[in-house]
Design a binder for this molecule. Structure first.
Ligand code: GDP
Ligand code: MG
Length: 492
């Protein structure tokens, strides 16, 4: 549970209780005989004149039942558990406020069987709305995955409609206290809207030179997220292909991941948050790495008029069915993706560092310069296994599954493996220091896949676990940071 979620929980609780009371009282005040709404409801009640009980009690019982039914379905949705409980509390407060004004529950004899039947009828009607989803999920879906999309939207529509109609009625009969009721209604709809939103799209781009581990690190991220999350990841076709390449890898075989020839959309869903869980999409473009200097050149300046016109052209081509984008258009689309990304992962290829080859750090710096104001940048060191022997002390700490264990430096201060790694690496190259200053970060995240000497001793090959799977290391801390970043897109 992160602090932002705790903060959201506190604020939302206070808001819902306060707004439930204010709106309940407003609805109570406006419930005056002889007004439009009152007459309309009493007129409708005639429909419920079934020969038993009192129609004026049966109608509200039915309506109340359907509200409670919707709320129950809403709360059953795995993403809406806490929001549901908050709304139940708010509804109880509202009903109590109405009751003190002698409205609704105060007038319904809940011991009379017709009213109980009407209430149950309302509950059943709400369930009918989600009949398909209930049938589909009843026996096959675990309680942790149940989703009721219609109920989620219906709760928003019905609860906010009630509040808005109540406000209009209050104004028209002169029972409103505008200075309180108007902001309360607006705030209520706003908070409710926050409750129904559940897809935060996190636009990400992973940038590094050729063969720097862009594709493999996407697969590593995916593997870590999918091990952790219970929700389906809904991978894009291009990612599926890479996962298959990884899945079919044999012992003592090198990475099979094919070099990227064109720009592909790569993405999957992951879960953000525990209290208010959401699905966030991790999207990126897998691109042929040779482009890194092109990307740097492109991002050096803001887009000119020509570029903007080209964007419009691309936008049109995408709208029209049967129009394929040209390679050049895809390239421009990718530049735009980088420019507008929420998260950028800049890769430092440790293979190039240990072999003293150029690692395109100045291009990375240029790209960081062009994007740092609008996005969150993480500097990630790939293939860090190659550097572990040079960076004593890390080897023990950086192992699969224990990426965030703390080290202790000479003064007994706590240090994460990433901090330790960063200190070593920045001492190595001046340019890395410059890159970090540009990004204003003080940490580089080391990641790698467990590797071992191949049997012929000629090369390094991935060290697979007992299930034949790659063993990504160091991703825990990184995905925690990505998650925190995605969480920031959630508003109160
Ligand atoms: N030693 C080691 N090599 C790696 C690691 N990850 C990737 N590689 C090697 O780097 C190559 C390029 O990786 P890839 O993800 O295809 O790079 P891309 O061109 O940037 O997408 C792979 O074929 C592997 O041989 C790693 O964690 N450790
Ligand atoms: Mg690639």
């Amino acid at each position: 549970m992160n602090t932002r979620e705790q903060f959201l929980l506190g604020i939302r609780f206070v808001l819902i209780v306060a707004l439930g009371a204010v709106i309940g009282l407003m609805l109570g005040r406006t419930w005056v005989p002889g007004t439009i709404a009152h007459d309309a409801v009493y007129g409708t009640a005639v429909l419920f004149d079934v020969g038993y009980g009192t129609p004026e009690e049966i109608l509200p019982s039915f309506v109340l039942g359907s509200y409670l039914g919707l709320l129950a379905l809403f709360t059953a949705d795995w993403r809406k558990r806490v929001q549901g409980v908050l709304l139940i509390i708010g509804t109880a407060v509202g009903l109590y406020a109405l009751w003190t004004r002698g409205v609704l529950l105060a007038n319904i004899d809940l011991y009379h069987w017709t009213n109980v039947a009407a209430l149950l009828g309302g509950l059943g009607t709400a369930a009918l709305l989600e009949f398909g989803a209930i049938k589909r999920q009843a026996f096959s879906t675990s309680i942790d995955h149940i989703e009721f999309d219609i109920a989620v939207v219906s709760v928003f529509v019905s609860f906010s409609t009630l509040a808005v109609l109540g406000l209009l009625q209050a104004v028209s009969v002169g029972a409103a206290v505008p200075i309180v009721d108007v902001p309360a209604t607006i705030a209520f709809v706003y908070v409710l809207f926050g409750f129904i939103a559940y897809d935060a799209t996190t636009k990400t781009a992973i940038i590094g030179p050729r063969e720097s581990g862009k594709t493999t690190s996407i697969v590593g991220l995916y593997q870590r997220f999918s091990d952790r999350d219970k929700i389906p990841a809904e991978t894009s076709p291009a990612l599926d292909e890479h996962i298959e390449e990884v899945d079919t890898m044999a012992e003592d075989e090198d990475f099979k991941i094919r070099g990227t020839q064109e720009t592909h959309d790569i993405g999957f869903y992951f879960q953000v948050g525990d209290i208010f869980p959401m699905r966030a999409r991790f999207t990126t473009f897998d691109h042929p790495g040779e482009k890194i200097d092109d990307i740097a050149r492109e991002l050096r300046d803001p887009p000119g008029v020509k570029r903007r016109l080209q964007h419009i052209g691309i936008w049109f081509s995408e709208m029209l069915p049967g129009m394929a984008l040209s390679d050049h258009q895809r390239e421009i689309q990718f530049y735009n993706h980088v420019r507008t990304a929420d998260i950028l992962m800049l890769l430092i290829d440790m293979e190039r560092i240990v072999e003293n080859r150029p690692a395109y750090l100045s291009d990375l710096k240029t790209i960081a310069n062009g994007t740092k104001d609008t996005c969150r940048i993480f500097v990630v060191a790939t293939k860090s296994d190659l550097a572990l022997k040079d960076y004593a002390g890390l080897q023990q700490q950086l192992k699969p599954g224990i990426g965030d264990e703390l080290l202790h430096d000479d003064d007994g201060m706590e240090k994460s493996p990433a901090d330790e790694f960063t200190d070593n690496l920045t001492a190595d190259r001046i340019q890395i220091n410059e890159l970090m200053k540009t990004v204003s970060t003080d940490v580089i995240y080391p990641v790698y896949f467990m590797t071992k000497q191949s049997e012929d001793g000629q090369s390094l090959v991935p060290d697979l676990d007992e299930n034949g799977r790659l063993q990504p290391v160091g991703y825990e801390e990184l995905i925690e940071r990505i998650e925190n970043e995605a969480m920031k897109n959630v508003r109160v």
